[in-house]
Write a protein that binds this ligand. Structure first.
Ligand code: GLA
Length: 382
């Protein structure tokens, strides 16, 4: 029997959709594979290179098989996948459970088993499986169940990333479909309003997701700054502060970290943010526990998240979603640390990589609008 695929940690990688839309070809994708390895992303854990919609020809071939677009992939898709694998990376491809993909290319409805076999033959490691153009009578649960069964029996280990958008109470059934991640919201856009709205929705479902089937809050827009050729994603961009908050939230909430900006040309600040080892370590913590949310005494609007980490540490995230400067803080008693314990918390700032010493009873700071701070805290005897 093959080893089961049961991802213990959120997948990390890069996806073509946010920046490139349908504007890519084999050469471009191979240059992104180069950037993933040469610019240090792969070493930090970003292993999946995922080709989103628009990779296929508009029609299947005479035998009903999917065909890579010959203009984008003149030598087929195999050489690109081989190139990606030769770099030590994994390759992800996009499909859809309806008759057409969202952008109008052939979907896998009633082609699930032959398409799974084709993906396996090409060497695909991850399938992002979308939810467009389903026959009216057909709910998505059965269709995700179907592709899951097809992939589980195609002879290759392929992650099923269900792109379900959070409809039909997906949290209640997706884990049992066999999918490994599930999109839980509508598409992200490169704007603070979109980042905030997705985060606020998922704060209502903190205990969903986790090892085996992660809650996918959609790809990262960090570093896009309004660029890219995707008119749906490109919405003016965020500030560097907002991108930091976005990345810190996705990291704390155990979301897959799938980069969407052009890592070949991203600025140094973006590279440092996406490769922040202290934040990535929270997302990739071996225990992979979900966060709980605390009320903030100094500011009821602040978002305070606490995540138990392996080895006794705790991540504390302080977030200010409001449009004005605001206080955010945590009283240690609320985390379970009693005065009688005689312990304090040693605070380490994961954004500045600085030790802030042992704090007693409580910790408070002033945050800029849309800003955040994330700490790794260790209970210590004072
Ligand atoms: C849907 C998905 C997006 C992207 C597009 C491609 O909108 O949610 O992430 O894959 O389709 O057409």
């Amino acid at each position: 029997m093959r080893e089961p695929i049961f991802p213990q940690l959120p997948p990390m990688g890069w996806n073509s959709w946010n920046t490139f839309y349908d504007q890519y070809d084999a050469k471009l994708i191979m240059s992104v594979a180069d950037a993933l390895t040469e610019k240090g992303y792969a070493e930090k854990g970003y292993r999946y290179l995922i080709l989103d919609d628009c990779w296929a020809a508009k029609e299947r071939d005479g035998k009903g098989k999917l065909v890579p677009d010959p203009a984008k992939f003149p030598d087929g898709i195999r050489p690109v996948i081989d190139y990606v694998h030769a770099k030590g990376l994994k390759f992800g491809l996009y499909g859809c459970c309806g008759v057409r993909t969202c952008a109008g290319y052939p979907g896998s409805f009633e082609h699930e088993y032959e398409d799974a076999a084709c993906f396996a033959e090409w060497g695909v490691d991850y399938l992002k499986y979308d939810n467009c153009h389903r026959p009216n009578s057909q709910g998505s649960e059965m269709l995700y169940r179907r592709m899951s069964m097809a992939l589980r029996n195609c002879g290759r280990d392929i992650i099923l990333a269900a792109c379900q958008w959070g409809t039909e109470d997906v949290e209640t059934w997706i884990r049992s479909s066999g999918a490994h991640t599930y999109r839980s919201t509508v598409d992200i856009q490169d704007s603070w309003a979109s980042v905030k709205s997705i985060a606020e929705q998922r704060l209502q479902h903190l205990s969903c997701g986790g090892p085996g089937c992660f809650d996918d809050m959609d790809m990262l827009v960090a570093g896009m700054y309004g660029g890219g050729s995707n008119p749906e994603t490109s919405q003016g961009g965020c500030t560097a502060e907002e991108y930091r908050t976005h990345f810190a939230l996705w990291a704390m909430l155990n979301a897959p970290l799938i980069i969407g900006c052009d890592i070949r040309s991203a600025d140094e600040e973006t590279r440092q943010l996406l490769q922040n080892a202290d934040l990535i370590a929270l997302n990739q913590d071996p225990e992979c526990r979900t966060c709980y949310r605390l009320k903030c005494e100094c500011n009821p609007g602040a978002v305070v998240l606490v995540k138990p980490l392996a080895g006794g540490d705790y991540a504390v995230g302080l977030f200010n979603f409001s449009d004005s400067e605001g206080c955010a803080g945590v009283t240690f008693w609320d985390m379970g640390l009693t005065a009688a314990s005689g312990m304090g918390l040693r605070f380490y700032d994961c954004m500045d990589h600085r030790d802030l010493g042992v704090q007693k009873e409580a910790f408070r700071i002033l945050l800029p609008p849309h800003g955040c701070r994330v700490y790794r805290c260790r209970p210590v005897k004072q």
